[in-house]
Design a protein around this ligand. Structure first.
Ligand SMILES: Nc1nc2c(ncn2[C@@H]2O[C@H](COP(=O)(O)OP(=O)(O)OP(=O)(O)O)[C@@H](O)[C@H]2O)c(=O)[nH]1
Ligand SMILES: [Mg+2]
Length: 335
């Protein structure tokens, strides 16, 4: 055995021997490969590990080919919207999920820790938003449910590690998403309807997206963030985030709420106060008529007018059906 194998390598090798599934074995082998000292004396061992990984991947592919489509994992949508985290290995996706939701996906300082989608709920003010932690996107084998889960989500958070070169990461991420026939785009732009789209259809799907620059507390973060903003700031909102800084996490929640392009609308009975803990969630740009229909379909026909309250703007003025509502509006529906 070549000398100079690190404790991390030996630990990964120990776990490899105990691993029972191909996925786990691949994960350990990849870890061994990333921690092995790169010199002449280990070349043979590196080659053996690579061959073993390739063989295990082939086996997994065969297994997947015999699976039926219905077996893809998709996460049931909950709350006001579903947002998925994507990024290269080890960029901090899982730590973000465990910091702003009640879920606790495994976090580790080696790549490819996450194997399964793990949903958690973000509480942003009085709204619940579902955030899904995902396995990393890499150039090697991607399980077929991964693109499908990303396509299903309402929006994408692209996580870029600010402690590494940011622009190349972003490039490869966009390239991989393009390979899945997805094009991230800034919220507010025109989004193609995607309801009838199936996973295997070829049409490019546009997805509302934000960029999160992770590990903003680390040394290289400022330079990396500057470059990221310079190259992509025009096309996407870029938020620096550190799981060690609560304030950045609060701003991230706000950004995630914004990318969903939803508004909260409250109703109130005449002469009474509205229940501010129970908003109706509507798409940005919804009218009074649409809000009324959402409350009860009978309102659509019977609604005569509505009164509207908006902080510093309206105090119960009458508004018509086509009036466009904003976040936090209160309406009183009259039939
Ligand atoms: N300093 C610092 N380290 C962080 C931060 N966020 C995550 N990390 C560390 O980065 C490493 C990777 O974090 P993970 O959350 O497991 O990364 P991941 O993107 O889920 O990794 P994979 O599941 O392998 O793709 C861990 O050691 C984390 O503790 C951060 O904001 N600041
Ligand atoms: Mg992870």
């Amino acid at each position: 055995m070549p000398a100079n194998l690190s404790p991390k390598y030996l630990e990964a090798e120990r776990r490899y021997r105990q691993a029972s599934t191909n996925q786990d074995k691949i994960k350990c082998l990849q870890e061994m490969l990333s921690t092995i000292p790169k010199h002449k004396g280990t070349e043979k061992l590196q080659a053996q590990i690579k061959t073993k990984i390739a063989k295990l991947k082939q086996e997994s592919l065969k297994k997947h080919a015999t699976r039926r489509e219905g077996e893809f994992l998709t996460i049931k949508r909950e709350g006001a919207g579903q947002v998925v985290l994507v990024g290269l290995p080890n960029v901090g996706k899982s730590e973000i999920v465990s910091s702003i939701t009640h879920a606790s996906p495994e976090v580790a300082d080696y790549p490819c820790t996450t194997r399964k989608p793990t949903p958690g709920m973000i509480e942003y003010e009085n709204v619940q938003i579902q955030l899904i932690d995902m396995p990393p996107l890499t150039d090697d084998y991607i399980e077929p449910w991964i693109p499908q889960t990303i396509r299903n989500a309402d929006a994408i958070v692209m996580v870029i590690d600010l402690n590494e070169d940011s622009v190349p990461q972003m490039k490869s991420l966009l390239k991989m998403l393009e390979g899945f026939k997805m094009k991230p785009q800034i919220a507010g732009g025109h989004i193609e309807a995607d309801e009838e789209l199936e996973f295997f259809e070829e049409r490019i799907l546009h997805k509302k997206s934000v960029i999160v620059g992770s590990k903003s507390d680390l040394e290289l973060a400022d330079v990396s963030l500057g470059l990221l903003k310079e190259h992509y700031g025009k096309n996407f909102p870029v938020s620096p985030v550190s799981t060690r800084k609560v304030k950045t996490l609060e701003l991230l929640k706000r950004k995630i709420f914004e990318v969903l392009e939803i508004i909260r609308v409250y109703t109130k009975p005449p002469g009474k106060k509205s229940d501010l803990s129970a908003p109706y969630i509507l798409p940005v740009g919804s009218t009074v008529e649409q809000a009324a229909e959402h409350v009860h379909k009978d309102f659509l026909e019977k609604l005569k007018f509505a009164r509207l309250w908006r902080v510093d703007k309206f105090q119960g003025q009458r508004v018509q059906r086509d009036f466009v509502m904003e976040d936090s509006d209160v309406i009183e529906l009259h039939i």
